[in-house]
Each structure stands twice: as C-alpha cells, then as structure tokens.
Write a protein that binds this ligand. Structure first.
Ligand SMILES: Nc1nc2c(c(=O)[nH]1)N[C@H]1C(S)=C(S)[C@@H](COP(=O)(O)OP(=O)(O)OC[C@H]3O[C@@H](n4cnc5c(=O)[nH]c(N)nc54)[C@H](O)[C@@H]3O)O[C@H]1N2
Ligand SMILES: Nc1nc2c(c(=O)[nH]1)N[C@H]1C(S)=C(S)[C@@H](COP(=O)(O)OP(=O)(O)OC[C@H]3O[C@@H](n4cnc5c(=O)[nH]c(N)nc54)[C@H](O)[C@@H]3O)O[C@H]1N2
Ligand code: SF4
Ligand SMILES: [Mo]
Length: 685
C-alpha cells in the first residue's frame, strides 16, 4: 500500500521545510519537498532528501543500551524497563542522599526544534527544583543587539526580499545554511537587485554575489561605522526619518565625525573607495535590505558590531517598508504557539531551578557544590558542539550517571552510561515553528517507530511513570498520554485565526501562511523606551554596554598563535547531524584546514599535506586545502563533526563569551570565531 504523509524538518535551520513522505508497506521510501509550502516550494536541501537514509541507517540505535565501563564502547542492549529502573533509582537515591533533586541536571539544546520536544523541561519541572542548563551557543549576541535597537526581534516576511533593490548579506552564508532563501534573493536579482556579500571567507554565497568585501573578521563594527560616516558626510541620510523615528542620532553623528578613513582601513583592511561604493549603493537604492548572519556575531564584540550594522537602516530609513528591513532569526514565533508542552507544569505552579551556563558546562559542573551535580540527562544536544571541551571531558568523568537520549551514538556517547533511542519526525506527532518564514505546518507520523524507539515526550511519560512507581507522587508530569492531543493543545484561537483554519487537522492538507504583516515595523513604532529606533540605548548603558554603537576592539591574536581559526557551519551537515551518512558525505571532502596560498608557501605545504593545528587548549591533525578564499592570517575549518575519535575541532575552539546575549537567552553565546592557533607541518600521519 502506498501513502503520502506530511512531515516537517525539525532541524535548527532557517527553512523548517515541509516534507512529503512516501510510504510503501509501512516503509519510508522517499522524501520530497511539499509544493503547498510557499516558502520552501517543493524543494529541499540535500539533507532533506537524505532522510530515508538517516531513518534506516545501520548506525541508528533502535534499542536502549548500557555502556560498561563508560568510554569502553562496550554497549549492551537492555530493556526499557531496566534502563528506566536504573535511571529512576539513581535519581531517587540522589534525592535521598542530598535531600533534593539538584544533583540531577538537564542539558538540552537544539537537536530538534519541535514543540513536543520541550517534554524534557516539563518532566523535570514535575520533580521540583533540579539543575538545568541555560543559554544558547547560537544566536544570543545578535538577539540582544536587535532588542537594544528595536525593542523586539521581528523582521519582515523573508519572501519580501524579492522587492529589495540592494541586499547586504553580512556574515551569513545562505547558499549553504539557508538554501531556500536563495530563491528569493535570486528573484530580487532577476528584477535588477544588487547583492553584496561581506565575509572574511569568499563563500559559495559570495561567488553568486555582485560585490564581495573581505573585511578582517570581527571588524564589522568599524566597517559599518565607515559606511555610516560616508552616508552622513555626503548627505545620503534621511533627515526626516531620523528626526521622527530615531533616538540618539545626534551623538552618533558626533562620534562618526571623530573617525578617520585611515583608522577604518586599519581596522577592516578596506580602503575608503570600497566603503564609499557600498555606502552609495545602500543609501541611494532604496529599498535596501540587510541580513545580519549568525557567523558575524560569534565574536567578543559581535553584538556591538550588529548594532552598528543595523543602525545603517535607521540612517537611511530602510525599515518599515517593503523591500527594506533588517533580517535576523526572529522571536515572533514565541508569542504564536501556546507552548503547552513546555509549560505543562510551570503554567500551574512556577518552578525555580538552579540554572547553569550551557556554554561553559565543564567549568559549571566542576564549581558547583552544595549539592554537586551527579547525574546528567543529555537530550537534543551533542556536548562536543561546545567550545573548550577539555574541562568538559574532565567534569563528565566525575559524574555518577549520564543518560543520553539521541538517535545515533556520537562523541558525547563515550561519556554516557545509558543510551535511550528516540524516534525521528517520521515516527511521531509534532509541530515545528519557524524562526524565519511565516508558514505553519504539522508533522504526522508516517511510519511506526523503528525498533523500540520512543519520542522524547513518550520517554518523559515513562520516566515519570517509573519514578512514581518507585516513589508515589514524586513527579507531577503525566505518566501517559496521546501525542496528537498534545499537538492540539499547542494551538489557540488566535493562531487558528491567523492561519484561517478552525482545526489543526486542516494542516494535514497542507501548510498555511500566517496572516502576519509582510512588512515589520510598518507603523514605525518600536518597542524601545523611547518608542523610536534607538541608536543610543540607555538600556544598554545601564547594562554595562556602550550607549552608542561605537567600535569595541576585537580579541587579539596572542604572539604564539598568530592565525585566526574560523569554524562556520558546513554544507552537508546540520551542526553535528547527518555527517555520518554516506549519501551526503560521498564525494564531499572530509574536514580540512583551508589556508591561503601565501601561508602554504611559507610553511612549505602542498594540498593534502597534514598539519598539526594547535593552541593552548589542544591540538588536532588535519590535511590542508590551499585556497585563495581565505586571507593570509586566517584558517578555516567547517564545524560539525559527528564523531571524530579522540580529538575534535572544538577542542581548540575558544569558549569566551560574546559581549551580549543575556537579555534574550539568559547567558551570552560563544565567541567561537575568536580562536587563535598556530600550525606545524607533519611529515607522517
Ligand atoms: N548546511 C547547514 N545549514 C545550517 C546549519 C548547518 O550546520 N549546516 N546550521 C544552522 C544553524 S544552527 C545556524 S546558527 C545557521 C548559521 O548560518 P549562518 O548565519 O550562515 O552562520 P555561519 O555559517 O555560522 O557563518 C556565516 C558566515 O559568517 C562568517 N563570519 C565569521 N566571522 C565573521 C565576521 O567577523 N564578520 C563577517 N562579516 N562574517 C563573519 C563566516 O565566515 C561564514 O561564512 O545555519 C543553520 N543552517
Ligand atoms: N566551532 C563551532 N562550534 C559551534 C558553532 C560554530 O559555528 N562553530 N555553532 C554553534 C551553534 S550555532 C549551534 S546551534 C550548536 C549546535 O549544537 P547542538 O544543538 O548540540 O547540535 P546538534 O549537532 O544538532 O546536536 C544535537 C543532537 O540532537 C540529536 N537529536 C536529533 N533529533 C533528536 C530528537 O528528536 N530527540 C533527541 N533527544 N535528540 C535528537 C542529534 O542526533 C544530535 O546528536 O553548535 C554550536 N557549535
Ligand atoms: S535542513 Fe533545513 S533546508 Fe534542509 S530539509 Fe531541513 S529545514 Fe529544509
Ligand atoms: Mo545555531
């Protein structure tokens, strides 16, 4: 029997694609794009088409496993009952020993963005206070920059980019990371738009652009200030707009007047004529859009740099109208859904957890006492996506029990005692919001769970059941339920109205577009204290940041490690996911270190030669790829390694905090790209 189902891709990705899943005799045989989805228009990235391989991969774990001793790779199949018994007994034993559940820590990130995947948070809420990780390693600095300037992180419909005359792609690589948006950029270009890419790497996106600027990494604030200076000096700004809708521009003008183009060139490596060209292009061709990327903000001055960039929209009035605007993943979806799974317990009674910083987990675990953390529940997270993994590895070894809920064994599994296998989106109900586009779809089960896999929600019910069996009343999270009913509860009347439907099941016929305005801030009212676009932010100043988007110096390379190592997101993976699938890795290069030809010559290196890349944190061995796409003082290695054995790229990666991020996500993110290394050629590997 053949049947087609609708699923959603729940990866942390701009596109949140709608998938059509073709099932024959209970088996998923093909996945394609859903033409009913106006943003993804029946297309997928390569990862989407490779889902069949991912679901049936021989590496996928289908039964609960126990590893003994930890790190040995000696995994033995156990029953769910045995696994849950070990876990629940340990939790109760810790509760008895410390008179609290604080020794139990929930560590979760963005492995699956579906709303039913907030079940682990609600499960642990049901126990009272535990320890939970807080923060995100992804987008925090940029979010705060937007909050200071606009008071809200919202943006126009990304489909509206077709109406732009100029598009600045600033520190973003959509040709790899947001492939569906490229369609709208191409449409704009067909209508005559000019595209500028600003990136220290000449990326695949840059290869498709009209202009490419290669500033020094982390110097974007100076570049934006240079553009602003030129705009002001040449009367290219919109005085009426500034007077009515912008707060603090006079002081900013004074600051700009004190900067020189020599200073700007010194910081960015870009001369005045280049700055003038981009400034004229942006200011004279309204409507113009700017897309600030995530790579851009992974620096110790990343948030401040974004403030300077988005100020260009305020100077030129490029906000609140079609084709204009400033783009960043938005927080609008947070108001849309009920988040009833996430808030299952906390909506009835608030729970106060002990919160620790996800981004420095190793240090946090080491320093916590009274009581210490003894058990880790790891879900939707590969710990080795974290930076500075040395302290993490040491801390993990001290824990008494580590439970990993995942689909595949990866490097984190080396530290786990129990592995609980979870379903993919094809085997469960869910609803996945998008932080980018305005479409909403639904995810229905297309096939039965493989082996003994269970969804994160089911696992939460079953652990609650086991805990309550052993200690009646100990956990107030439900012990059973119906997944579809939990999906239904995520909807509310406002959402139905916005989608023009009466029942969530109508989405099974195809995704719907929200009746959200196409243009954000069309009324030019901002949610800031002044109600204006705030170039000067007193809130920022109160929180210890500069009042104005002035330049803050980037991290400097130490003498011993003179090369900057940039580690952005790779083409065929999604963070550490998919990179174990031959359909995707076949024909694609293994991790390598991209270096400039002049640097290669200096070290006497040819393509494919191995080098030891090292710094004070660690070392890794990599073959080099010689390419003029990177500058002489920079190395590039794409992140997202699935399980690289004993050494991983992120062992070397710096874990310093970004300058912003606390407002939006509780903690700053990580300045991944402020990593400095040296290299040494290796004769034999
Ligand atoms: N194929 C694929 N798609 C993905 C992901 C994936 O892993 N693979 N991950 C998803 C996730 S979680 C995220 S956060 C997004 C990330 O998607 P993007 O926003 O595209 O971010 P990155 O790939 O981190 O970096 C983009 C570019 O920023 C540049 N960059 C680094 N530092 C600077 C700087 O100082 N200035 C400037 N101007 N540019 C700089 C890098 O060189 C890189 O080319 O992609 C999502 N989509
Ligand atoms: N060097 C460097 N490091 C970086 C970055 C960088 O640019 N450079 N980028 C950072 C960014 S932006 C991000 S977002 C983080 C990503 O960090 P993570 O969110 O930890 O990354 P993923 O690799 O997506 O790992 C999530 C895990 O969830 C699992 N998973 C998938 N679906 C499910 C599910 O339904 N249930 C459960 N329980 N598990 C599931 C996956 O198999 C995977 O092992 O990495 C950060 N790390
Ligand atoms: S990874 Fe992104 S682009 Fe690829 S199928 Fe999933 S949502 Fe779509
Ligand atoms: Mo991310």
């Amino acid at each position: 029997m053949k049947k087609i189902f609708r699923n959603l891709c729940p990866r942390n990705c701009f596109s949140t694609c709608s998938l059509l899943s073709y099932v024959e005799n209970g088996k998923l045989v093909r996945v394609s794009g859903d033409p009913a989805h106006g943003f993804t228009r029946g297309k997928l990235c390569a990862k989407g088409y490779a889902y069949v391989e991912r679901v049936y991969s021989p590496q996928r774990v289908l039964y609960p496993l126990r590893q003994f001793p930890r790190g040995s790779g000696n995994w033995r199949r156990i029953s769910w009952d045995e696994a849950l018994q070990i876990i629940a007994s340990k939790m109760l034993e810790l509760k008895g020993r410390y008179n609290s559940f604080l020794p139990v820590c929930l560590c979760k990130h963005y492995g699956n963005m579906g709303l039913l995947h907030y079940a682990p948070e609600a499960l642990f809420d049901g126990l009272g206070s535990v320890t939970v990780t807080e923060g995100s390693s992804c987008w925090s600095a940029g979010l705060d920059a937007y909050l200071y300037c606009l008071g809200a992180v919202k943006k126009s419909d990304p489909e509206d980019m077709v109406n732009s005359k100029v598009i600045l792609l600033w520190g973003v690589n959509p040709a790899w990371t947001a492939v569906q948006q490229m369609y709208f950029i191409d449409q704009a270009r067909t209508r005559g738009a000019q595209v500028v890419v600003i990136d220290p790497i000449f990326t695949s996106t840059a290869a498709q652009a009209d202009f490419y600027l290669q500033p020094k990494a982390s110097s974007d604030g100076a570049l934006a200030l240079g553009i602003a200076k030129y705009i002001v000096e040449n009367n290219l700004y919109d005085q009426e707009f500034l007077a009515q809708y912008v707060y603090g521009y006079e002081a900013f003008f004074d600051y700009l007047a004190g900067l020189s183009y020599n200073w700007i060139e010194n910081k960015t490596s870009l001369p005045k004529d280049v700055i003038a060209e981009v400034a004229e292009l942006y200011a004279k061709n309204s409507p113009a859009a700017i897309w600030t990327g995530l790579g851009l903000q992974r620096h110790t001055n990343g948030g401040q740099n974004i403030r300077a960039i988005i100020t260009l929209a305020a100077l030129t009035g490029n906000i609140g109208k079609s084709g204009a605007g400033i783009y960043y993943p938005s927080l609008q979806y947070l108001q849309l859904f009920s988040f009833s799974t996430r808030n299952y317990i906390s909506s009835k009674k608030p729970v106060l957890h002990r919160k620790i910083n996800l981004n420095v987990l190793g240090k946090e675990l080491k320093n916590l006492d009274n009581p210490p953390v003894k058990m880790l529940w790891l879900t939707q997270r590969n710990l080795f996506q974290d930076a500075e993994t040395g302290s993490l590895q040491r801390a993990l070894k001290e824990l008494e029990l580590i439970v990993q809920v995942d689909q595949f064994l990866n490097r984190s599994s080396r530290y786990a005692d129990i592995f609980l296998p979870t379903t993919t989106q094809f085997e469960e109900w869910d609803i996945v919001p998008s932080y980018w586009h305005h479409w909403v779809g639904i995810n229905e089960p297309a096939i039965s769970p493989l082996g003994e896999c269970k969804s994160d929600l089911q696992i939460a019910w079953e652990l609650s059941r086991k805990l309550n069996e052993l200690s009646p009343g100990i956990c107030s999270f439900p012990t059973d339920g119906n997944e579809e009913e939990w999906v239904a509860r995520e909807f509310n009347q406002e959402l139905y109205n916005s989608l023009g439907i009466e029942d969530y099941r109508e989405l099974l016929n195809g995704p719907r577009k929200l009746k959200w305005p196409q243009v954000a801030f069309a009324d030019l009212k901002f949610n800031t204290p002044s109600g204006k676009f705030e170039i000067a932010s007193e809130k920022a100043a109160l929180e210890g940041l500069p009042l104005l988007p002035v330049y803050t110096e980037p991290a400097a390379a130490p003498q011993a490690y003179p090369f900057r190592l940039i580690t952005p997101h790779c083409q065929v993976g999604n963070n550490s996911q998919f990179l174990n699938l031959p359909w995707l890795t076949w024909g694609n290069e293994k991790p390598c270190l991209r270096i400039n030809p002049i640097t290669a010559k200096r070290f006497g290196l040819s393509n494919g030669d191995y080098v030891r890349v090292y710094n004070q944190q660690g070392e890794i061995l990599l073959p080099v790829k010689i390419t003029a796409t990177v500058s002489e003082d920079t190395f590039v290695c794409y992140q997202g390694w699935h399980d690289s054995g004993e050494h991983d790229l992120n062992d070397l990666v710096n874990g310093s905090p970004t300058d912003m991020g606390t407002k939006a996500t509780g903690r700053p993110a990580v300045a991944f790209h402020d990593t400095f290394v040296n290299l040494c050629p290796v004769k034999e590997v």
